[in-house]
Ligand binder design. Sequence first.
Ligand code: GDP
Ligand code: ZN
Length: 252
Amino acid sequence: MKVRPSASGQGVIEEILPRTSVLYRSDAARQKLIAANVTQLVIVVAAVPSFSEEMVNHCIAAAEQQKLKVLLVCNKADLIEPSRHAFSTLALYRELGYPVLQLSAKNDSVPLLPHLHGHLSILIGQSGMGKSTLVNALVPAAERATADISVALDTGRHTTTHAKLYYLDDDSGLIDSPGMQEFGLYHLNVEELAWGFIEFRPYIGQCRFNNCRHGCEPGCALTQAMREGKISGRRVTFYQKLLQAGTAGSPP
Ligand code: GDP
Ligand code: ZN
């Protein structure tokens, strides 16, 4: 959907664009579409309060499934000592090819701008990570430049979330979805979740059993790759946690 903000602070729908991606929020009870046609997921973490690495993995897997670019923002760089620790935790993700941008939203959020150019990005992160600070810094006239995003429930009913779309320029938009901490992965099966872990891909389909859940099964190619140090045990642990949380499996 192409929306032009109008003077009154509302938006005018100019064009319905074909959907290239869809993001869902879901829990055991329901799935809810959050935004369509997003091209980039910006995961905001910070040194303080400590962030959940499980949530980071969850979001990356959801992004990979939708073929979205992932950007990790490590906020509160001004808190030097704690940031060092957070940044080193993120080294694993840098090695996997996900860019990690360290900044201080409080002092200077400008380094984020080039990463947002040409994208419709969605900001995600646990509360307290600095998302609002970031949005306010990037979009000084936030209140006037926003448009509520209408989203469709998978039931076909229409509703409005509190998500806001901010225009940065003609080619770039930023969606802030307060309160949203992770995307639902209920629509992913075991293999699709594994696909969301990019370094697992060469091993998918290589296990002895074709219904392998990559746990204690004999002949598991993934476990073998982990033993050989080809993939990180931390990532396998997070994959298992997501599986066990019932995140992947049959849709509710
Ligand atoms: P949100 O819940 O993700 O929207 O986080 P907020 O933007 O409300 O920020 C949470 C807290 O972190 C607030 O007290 C902010 O002032 C603080 N904060 C945000 N950015 C920074 C930063 O770059 N450095 C420091 N030291 N604090 C920050
Ligand atoms: Zn396996």
